[in-house]
Design a protein around this ligand. Structure first.
Ligand SMILES: Nc1ncnc2c1ncn2[C@@H]1O[C@H](COP(=O)(O)OP(=O)(O)OP(=O)(O)O)[C@@H](O)[C@H]1O
Ligand SMILES: [Mg+2]
Length: 397
């Protein structure tokens, strides 16, 4: 497969971006950019720094949006040109300063959403290298707040996908330090990512990840955990998680990621490269407020259109209509509350959908899986455009 090409139109020195992108498997053009574009050269992706000379920035933007529109990431400083306000679908926004590894994640995610797979030959990280991502579909289960049901949903979603499709499905426990999907899903003891944490990235091979993965006997779901000892958590790097995800994508049709609540680097990486983010919310004021804040951030960084709202314990509290209104997004799926059944299943290490297949909670969880198999996040183009615009700058307070 060809290496994806990216054109970097930077106002400042691009050296750190160029080296990070090349390590991650991209071919980069960063000199004579307008000349290349004016000559009709096509690129898979573009990065346009809006801080440069306005005329040059506008001209470059026009060239990138000619007959064939190049998926473009606009880098914004304090001020940005007017055309940013009118930028249509296809442009994404990132606020400066954007670290080189974050630029790589953003471009990987943009490429995936533009329908191109990343090169499988990309190196699996380097000294401070970043990994390119492979083929399967990644669903990141996330909530900014703990305890709303992420792990319950991730485990049952993964098993439901496996039983519904018989495709290869992998559950990645990325709730580093705290999470342990194996406490609610019994799988044979195996290694985890922690066993690769001190190895050189050259040893993060397919065979190594394969060996670190367990198989759930009842369903055939594959389960890769980060580890079990909270004290080990600092040793799990973003690079290792991304390398695991790259491997997982290349060998599975669906990869479900159970995330840590919050905005740490590892979690942000898992969200940025996801094809879809399932935002788990309970119908309570606190979680709704936290989720609104997350959605605002997601929209600002160009991830708004991959988020789907999944309401857990949906039969109590704030109505679905009010939730959709507060969040500015439709509710894509709801799951009823059923504490007794959830506890029995978890204590047994069995998925709820297997233990209590006829209960409403199980049919609801199966419906969450159908969101994935029926494909994609539907977005109205008007919404998509609106979400990509920087109506409010994030507070760095
Ligand atoms: N629909 C539901 N009905 C009843 N109980 C539920 C439901 N979903 C989850 N629970 C229970 O709520 C508790 C928290 O769920 P879970 O561990 O899945 O949340 P989490 O978001 O992963 O939490 P953490 O942030 O700590 O990882 C568990 O005891 C689980 O059994
Ligand atoms: Mg959890």
């Amino acid at each position: 497969m060809d290496r994806p090409t990216v054109v970097l139109a930077m106002a400042e020195d691009a050296a750190s971006y160029v080296s990070a992108l090349e390590r991650a498997g991209f071919d980069v053009i960063h000199q004579d950019v307008t000349e290349w574009l004016a000559a009709g050269q096509q690129f898979d992706l573009a990065v346009l720094d809006c801080d440069g000379d306005l005329e040059v920035v506008q001209r470059t933007h026009e060239l990138l949006h000619g007959e064939k529109r190049t998926p473009t990431l606009l880098l914004l400083g304090e001020e940005y040109p007017d055309f940013v306000q009118q930028a249509g679908a296809g442009d994404e926004l990132a606020l400066k300063p954007l670290p080189a590894d974050a630029l790589v994640y953003r471009l990987q995610a943009l490429l995936i959403r533009a329908g191109r797979h990343l090169t499988a030959e990309a190196p699996v990280g380097g000294e401070d290298g970043v990994t390119a991502i492979g083929e399967g579909r990644v669903i990141s289960v996330f909530a900014p707040k703990g305890g709303v049901g992420k792990t319950t949903i991730a485990v049952n979603l993964a098993v439901a996908l496996r039983t519904q499709t018989r495709e290869r499905v992998l559950l990645l426990d990325a709730d580093v330090g705290v999470g342990n999907v194996t406490s609610v899903l019994q799988v044979p003891a195996s290694y985890g990512l922690i066993d690769l944490a001190d190895s050189d990235p050259s040893e993060w091979t397919d065979a190594a990840f394969d060996q670190a993965t367990a198989t759930h006997p009842g369903s055939g779901l594959r389960v890769l955990t980060w580890g079990t000892e909270p004290g080990d958590s600092e040793r799990i790097s973003v690079d290792l998680l991304l390398a695991a995800l790259k491997w997982a994508r290349s060998h599975h049709t669906y990869v479900i990621v159970d995330n840590h609540p919050g905005y740490d680097d590892r979690t942000m990486a898992m969200l940025t490269v996801a094809n879809e983010i399932f935002l788990v919310v309970t119908p309570e004021v606190g979680p709704i407020r936290n989720s609104s804040q997350f959605l605002e951030l997601a929209r600002q960084v160009g991830l708004g259109d991959v988020v789907r709202v999944v309401v857990n314990r949906a039969n109590h509290g704030v109505s679905m209509a009010d939730m959709a209104q507060s969040l500015g997004l439709p509710v894509s799926a709801t799951i009823v509350s059923n504490g007794p059944k959830a506890v029995i299943a978890a204590n047994e290490g069995t998925p709820i959908i297997t233990k209590f297949p006829k209960e409403r909670i199980s049919t609801d969880l199966h419906d969450v899986a159908r969101l994935v198999t029926h494909q994609g996040v539907k977005e109205t183009s008007a919404q998509a455009r609106r979400w990509r615009l920087p109506f409010a700058r994030p507070s760095h307070a």
